[in-house]
Design a protein around this ligand. Sequence first.
Ligand code: ASC
Length: 144
Amino acid sequence: MKKVMLAGLIALTALPALAAPGGAERQQSFKKLLRSFEPMGLMVREREPYKKDEFIKHADALKKMAAEPFTLFAPNSIDAKSRSKPEIWTQPAKFAAEKDKFLKAVDELDATAKTGDLAQIKKSFGGVAQTCKSCHDAFRGPER
Ligand code: ASC
């Protein structure tokens, strides 16, 4: 009996650590990407001077982090913070295709950044932004 109670206590204590990531964790992770994406956006929109090395740094950082948010869509993890539509889980192949398009566009931006060809970089940046939008249109709901 004592052993059972101890096991129960340990299980309860471990619960928060085991809780699946939800909307807040996903939003933080996507916002981390914006800390690289936005400075590049300022340069391609000519709001800030284009600096090749700085741009490459941001493109590299984005590439390193880009897959992370997609590891946080645990099944049934729509909560009060989440803007995820249920279609993420009912149309997993379509969601995966959106993710793959995004990751491919991010790779392409990283490669283009290294050429220093600003006209091409603008196109590649636009390609990434387009994949953000198409996924949001299909799979992101309104703020709650
Ligand atoms: C951003 C941002 C998005 C995308 C999208 C592009 O900077 O936060 O969700 O670009 O607006 O259309």
